[in-house]
Design a protein. Structure first.
Length: 142
């Protein structure tokens, strides 16, 4: 699960978006970067506004099985980033959706399995990421 969760991190999602640009899918790559940026901004604003703590045990000890990027849980930035990039590519190439969307779901589930997020955190992140993907696609791809 650890390697899978990192597919929703900045290195992987920005890297995939830039790879699309250099591979000849410039508009799609830029749309993915736009979706990633807008969803990331929303995630950061909400994290600080909600300030929900990460999952803890009854004594307040963190349960996370990996290093935490920040102290806040809602919404999941990894789930948002995966949904932003995966959703943008799936909207542009619908035949890839049956592959990409389950990968997005697995990345989101990995965040709960690794005890860094509550289920509602990843649902919120996926919604933000997909909103970014839909917005980017509407603006840049159609």
């Amino acid at each position: 699960m650890r390697w899978l969760t990192h597919l929703g991190g900045a290195r992987a999602t920005i890297g995939i978006s830039l790879l699309l640009v250099v591979a000849g899918e410039q508009l799609l790559g830029l749309a993915a970067l736009f979706a990633l940026t807008t969803s990331h901004l929303a995630v950061q604003v909400l994290k600080r506004a909600v300030a929900r703590p990460r999952p803890c045990d009854a004594n307040g000890r963190l349960l996370a099985l990996i290093d935490l990027p920040d102290p806040y849980s809602f919404p999941s930035g990894h789930a948002a980033a995966a949904a932003a990039v995966g959703g943008t590519v799936a909207l542009a190439h619908p035949l890839l959706a049956p592959i990409l969307l389950p990968v997005v779901a697995l990345i989101a589930i990995s965040r709960v399995s690794l005890r860094v997020h509550h289920l509602s955190d990843v649902i919120g992140g996926v919604v933000l990421g997909l909103a970014g993907a839909i917005g980017a696609s509407a603006l840049l791809l159609h």
